[in-house]
Design a protein around this ligand. Sequence first.
Ligand SMILES: *Cc1c(COP(=O)(O)O)cnc(C)c1O
Length: 353
Amino acid sequence: MSRLTRTDLSALPAYVPGAIVPGAIKLASNEVPYGPLPGVVEAVAEAIAGSHRYPDMGVVALREAIAARLGVDADRVATGCGSVALTEHLVKATCQEGDEVMFAWRSFEAYPIITAGAGARAVPVPNDAGHGHDLDAMAAAVSARTRLIFVCNPNNPTGTALTREQLDGFLDKVGPDVLVVLDEAYREFVDDPAVPDGVTTYGDRPNIAVLRTFSKAWGLAGLRLGYLVAAPEVAAAVRKVTTPFSSSGVAQAAGLAALAADDEMRRRVALVVAERARVAEALGKLLPDGVAVPPSQANFVWLPLGEQTAAFARACAEAGVIVRAFHPEGVRVTIGTPEENDTFLAAARSALA
Ligand SMILES: *Cc1c(COP(=O)(O)O)cnc(C)c1O
């Protein structure tokens, strides 16, 4: 047994990325299928010309653009190398050895990994029968050691979303001394008005941080850029523990260009949202009795196939469609272009026949 690294890491699950299979249709990582937004490639090319220099470590222009868009002060914004890096910085900024990080389970697979990596204790709380957060059970599980709670809204991988009414009640029970992180990676795909925008709804609560990403609706997954909006002290603490220069100059330029193309972003999101309804309805007719697709507010759908999960994903792969299996719970399928979705539905039809 090597003494070079922490022995407790052997118990840690590894992050499983969506598979990349040349020639296959990839519906495994919740990307939007339409390429970078207009203007992004040009902005990246221009930024590359300056890539022998360090980027702006303060990320001033981009943070100001994000802040202006959201109507908040720039000192409330921190950026990271993907919002997944910010989840890690948030744990680092709130937890000492043995402190507790709570999250629903199943939810974003990075949460337990970054929690353990920071030496904090993970408190996973099983989802309710509808595959969404069980907020009563989560509130009941808060202890004197709880420092941070991730609330993934909409939830990855189940697509379920919490309403303002549900969240209000939960936040009142949790109280002001625990940081609640609303992970809104899929906010742009939400079309149910009962689901709150964390920034506008809870911006005045100092113990709420909202995480957003450029990887999904904004089409920049490959450049690694996310941000959080929080109270100035929390944002400052996160910036303090962030690896220096972790938002690259290319990512900063791409983020600015993407924000300038938000009409096109919205157009693409509308296509995805329309397809989401079509795919969910078609799947509903194919699934066995007793299995239903939970209503999704994200750019993917969840098929709670239980023990059939791995076999279903394998059958899809054989038909040239890569989906994301969480055996033995279910399969998450990203909404792609209409043609990609048709290919997936045909594969699903034969797999479930
Ligand atoms: C995809 C995703 C993220 C962020 O991804 P980054 O690419 O690191 O910005 C964060 N949270 C959830 C729930 C996600 O699904």
